[in-house]
Each structure stands twice: as structure tokens, then as C-alpha cells.
Ligand binder design. Structure first.
Ligand code: SF4
Length: 409
């Protein structure tokens, strides 16, 4: 338990982030903690890098909406101060606190208070002896060995309220380190790709690493380490867990077709507008924006609600069934209004609500579907034309000429 949040042992995977304010400035830090909690953070970490930060934590912890982890590097005394401040968890980087006596002192103080500790092994701060032993480089084996050595220090004093992380900035390295660690320990694992960088590449790296492990059942709590507003880290974390089905959906899951030659509307613009319109509304539905009525309703039939473009108008559908036709400039507003209705009343009620317009909506959709097929044919992307053009290219021009071969051949 980190405060009142369970971590590990089958509990839902949790999302963490870290404040970027000075912890000593407790008002600014609390404002950021509230913003992170509102975005979906389950646990928030604050640096405890000086005594003034520990004093800030003493003021923050009683007013925080989520459990607080104190982040400790190098100075074990800050860990003792953070415990006095009442934090719900410590994060230690034992690679930076190298004196086993200090590690054990912190562990026994934490044990008295039943405060868990995350042992955070980082590829970048591996003990020099391990670094040398493993060929002068950071390997998954070296990181796991480091974690095991640190666990032993804590277990020696009977401390087992442990979480572990073996983060690295290299995605393949962290994946392999966590896989190996999961083989040798049952302690909960905190996942992350450290120093992933700014979005979008940082988000991509962190997602690649964490999603791979989560799909294998490895990981109990996650943090995106992005070079951006930490609220974005939390949003990314929540979204990752939601799309993987590991947490209940909180906001709209907007799906949209990639557009193609058959599109009757600027799908990119409508999808962007819909994303903005739904924003942070807590509507846990899947909503589709599709570029044409030929394939849209069918391809998005599993969505709760969707709209497909056709001849300057939008065809609204609920669970794949056409319910009404709206003008093109009303597509997004209509989506939002119906999403709120379905969220409050359910899809069946929405279909009943549209009982008087459904037949006409179905006919209108069929008309636009037929017109699109007539205008653009079955091959709206001109694939067949391209294929026939390819076949008209003379064979000799397509094959690599052989030295000495005559053109007439
Ligand atoms: S066929 Fe229609 S729904 Fe499918 S990608 Fe093209 S425009 Fe979008």
C-alpha cells in the first residue's frame, strides 16, 4: 500500500508522475499535485533534495489528494526527514546511497512506520563494481544483479515493503531488465523508460517499453518520464492503461478512419475538432469519426456512437444503426450532444429517442452510399488504374539490364 493505494498483488495498475516545482514551495507544489490528481494520477512523487523540501512535504502530505512519494538521491538524511514529514513512500536510488549502513538505517525507520520503499535502480547509476563485472557496460543482467543486492540490504533488516524499478533510457535494455527481474522476484514492479525525452518521441519510447511489458503481465505501477508538463505524463499513463484494458475508461475513446480517396469531408479537421470538443469530459464511450458513409458505419459498428460524412451532411449512427442526418457543420456538436445522452441514458434509449428519424436516416445513408459508389466507383483510391499502368510498363524497362545484352532482347 502506498497510502491508501494498493500496488501489486493483482491491484489495478496505477499511474504516477512527479512534480517539477520546488517542494519547499508547498503551495505551488500542492497546486501541481491537484492538477496531476485531476488528470488521473494515483500517486505523486516530489523531490526531497534539501531539508526545506522535507519541511515542504510536512505541509503537503496532510493536504494532498493522493499519496506522496519522497524522491531521495545521495543523502540518506533526507529520507529520514521525509519519513518525519509523514510521506507515504520513499523512492531511493541505492546506486547513489552506497553505504549499506545508511540504507539499513532508512529501512528500519521506514519499517517502524510501515512506509514502503521503491528501490530505483537506474542504468545510469549502476555501482562501478557491477559495471566492471559486466564488461564495462550496462546490461540487463547487471541491473537485475544490482536490484537483488539492494533487496538483500533491505531484507537483512526484515524490510519487505518493497517496489522495484530497473529503468533505462534504452527501450530494449529496460524491457529485458524487467523481464529478467520479473523471473527472480515477486515484489511489485514500477515501470518506466527513464529520460525518454519530449513528446512525441518520448511518449513513443515510453509506450513501446511499458506496453510490451504490461502485455506480458509485467508491471504494477507506471510512470512516463517526459520532458514536458507532468500533467501530460499522467494523461499518457491513463490512456495507455485504458487502451490496454487495464483501467476503466474515463474519457471518450475517439476513433477515426485515416481518410482516403473516398472521404467526403476533411476527416483530420473533424477528428481534431471532436477531440477538442470532448476534451476532458468524463464520457467513457467509444465515438467514431468516419470519412464516408460507404464503409464508415460498418467499420465502426462496435463504437457506441459515430458519424460518417456524405454529400455535405453527416450520418449519425448508434451501435452501427443510422439514427439521423445532420448538416456538415453540426457534426461535432451533434456527436457531443448524443454522447452525453447515451452516457446518461444508454444506447437503447438513444435508439428509442431516434425511432421517428431512423428509417429516413437509413434511406439517406443509402442514397449517399450509392452516390459515392457511382461517382467514385468501387476503386476510389484508383488502385486498379495504378495496377493496369504498372502492367503497361514494358517488361524490359522493369528488369535490370544484363551486361552485354542487346536492347532488342
Ligand atoms: S473508405 Fe471511408 S471510412 Fe474508410 S478510410 Fe476511406 S473515407 Fe474513411
Amino acid at each position: 500500500m502506498v497510502g491508501d493505494v494498493p500496488v501489486g498483488a493483482g491491484a489495478p495498475v496505477t499511474v504516477q508522475s512527479m512534480t517539477v516545482t520546488k517542494t519547499a514551495d508547498h503551495e505551488a507544489t500542492l497546486r501541481q499535485i491537484y492538477a496531476l490528481a485531476a488528470a488521473g494520477a494515483d500517486i505523486v512523487r516530489c523531490t526531497c533534495n534539501e531539508s526545506a523540501a522535507a519541511e515542504g512535504l510536512a505541509r503537503i502530505v496532510p493536504r494532498s489528494p493522493v499519496p506522496i512519494v519522497a524522491d531521495i538521491h545521495h543523502q540518506y538524511l533526507r529520507a529520514l526527514e521525509a519519513l518525519e514529514a509523514g510521506v507515504h513512500c520513499l523512492r531511493l536510488n541505492p546506486g547513489n546511497i552506497r553505504n549499506p549502513k545508511h540504507i539499513k538505517l532508512v529501512a528500519s525507520e521506514a519499517l517502524d512506520r510501515r512506509v514502503p520503499i521503491r528501490i530505483g535502480v537506474n542504468g545510469g547509476s549502476l555501482h562501478p563494481d557491477l559495471y566492471a563485472k559486466h564488461g564495462g557496460k550496462v546490461t540487463p543482467e547487471a541491473m537485475v544483479e544490482s536490484a537483488q543486492q539492494e533487496i538483500a540490504h533491505f531484507e537483512d533488516v526484515g524490510f519487505d515493503l518493497i517496489k522495484i524499478s530497473v529503468k533505462a533510457s534504452s527501450v530494449p535494455l529496460m524491457i529485458e531488465a524487467y523481464r529478467q527481474l520479473a523471473e527472480v522476484t515477486d515484489y511489485p514492479l514500477h515501470l518506466g523508460v527513464t529520460e525518454a525525452g519530449p513528446p512525441p518521441i518520448g511518449t513513443l519510447k515510453a509506450t513501446a517499453g511499458m506496453a510490451t511489458l504490461l502485455a506480458e503481465g509485467i508491471g504494477d505501477t507506471i510512470r512516463y518520464s517526459l520532458t514536458t508538463d507532468p500533467v501530460e505524463e499522467v494523461k499518457a499513463g491513463r490512456q495507455l492503461l485504458e487502451v490496454m484494458g487495464l483501467r476503466e475508461r474515463k474519457n471518450v475513446d475517439l476513433i477515426a478512419c485515416p481518410s482516403c480517396g473516398r472521404a467526403e469531408v476533411d476527416v483530420f479537421a473533424i477528428a481534431d475538432e471532436a477531440m477538442r470538443a470532448f476534451g476532458e469530459r468524463e464520457i467513457p464511450l467509444q465515438v467514431a469519426v468516419m470519412g464516408c458513409v460507404v464503409n464508415g458505419p460498418g467499420e465502426a459498428r462496435d463504437a457506441d456512437l459515430g458519424i460518417a460524412a456524405g454529400n455535405k451532411r453527416g450520418h449519425l449512427f448508434v451501435k452501427g444503426q443510422n439514427v439521423m442526418v445532420v448538416a456538415e457543420d453540426e457534426m461535432v456538436d451533434t456527436l457531443v450532444e448524443w454522447a452525453e445522452y447515451i452516457h446518461a441514458n444508454g444506447a437503447e434509449a438513444a435508439l428509442d429517442r431516434a425511432s421517428s428519424t431512423r428509417a429516413a436516416a437509413r434511406r439517406a445513408a443509402q442514397q449517399d452510399r450509392d452516390r459515392n459508389l457511382n461517382d467514385r466507383g468501387d476503386d476510389a483510391n484508383d488502385t486498379e488504374t495504378a495496377v493496369s499502368n504498372i502492367r503497361m510498363v514494358p517488361k524490359s524497362a522493369r528488369s535490370k539490364p544484363t551486361r552485354g545484352r542487346r536492347d532488342s532482347e
